[in-house]
Unconditional design. Structure first.
Length: 190
């Protein structure tokens, strides 16, 4: 059979069964669209997971204090004495490939500004922490050595906390209370 005649017969059959043709086309369109959407969602989820893993740091080693044994009973991980600033200094001095050593103490607390409050995680850190975690500042500055030595009441807010407490208003230089202790905001994270 001639290809031109075959094509004419096919077009005539499609015209004769217009509803069937439309439904078949609709099924193919919906099937292809759903496959595209599912691949896009899976790809986006994969990229989001990779971004979170990268944010943790590909070259970060986290050390928790171990456990101790007392009277034949072993306590769990994290029950030994915490690492001190002297331990961090010893790591910096004795391991030449270490670029930064950051200690942290964390918990949860409400942060209050005027009549607004936001409960979030609060982490006490040293100057190396932002570099180790690769957390760039959106605004302001990092901690100074003098502030760290004196235990100055200064804080760097995360982006979500700053947005919840201040909206679009600038937060730098403002006072917040963390567990009823006043702190001055010196920076915000991206």
């Amino acid at each position: 059979m001639n290809p031109l005649v075959s094509f004419k017969v096919a077009v005539d059959a499609l015209k004769m069964h217009a509803l069937r043709t439309f439904l078949a086309m609709l099924g193919v369109i919906i099937g292809v669209a759903s496959v595209i959407v599912m691949v896009s969602v899976a790809s986006g989820a994969g990229e989001a997971i990779e971004a979170r893993i990268r944010a943790l740091g590909t070259n970060v080693l986290v050390i928790f204090p171990g456990s101790f044994t007392s009277g034949g009973r072993r306590a769990g991980e994290g029950t030994a004495l915490a690492l001190s600033e002297n331990d961090l200094a010893a790591i910096r001095a004795s391991v030449p490939t270490v670029v930064g050593a950051a200690g942290m103490v964390s918990g949860s607390a409400p942060i209050v500004v005027g009549n607004s409050n936001w409960t979030t995680s609060v982490t006490g850190v040293n100057a190396d922490y932002l570099d180790v975690r690769d957390w760039p500042l959106a605004d302001g500055r990092s901690f100074t050595e003098a502030e760290l030595r004196s235990g100055a009441k200064v804080v760097i807010l995360g982006a979500t906390t700053a947005r919840e407490l201040f909206g679009n208003a600038p937060a730098l230089g403002e006072q917040v209370r963390i567990k009823n202790v006043p702190f001055t905001i010196i920076g915000t994270l991206t």
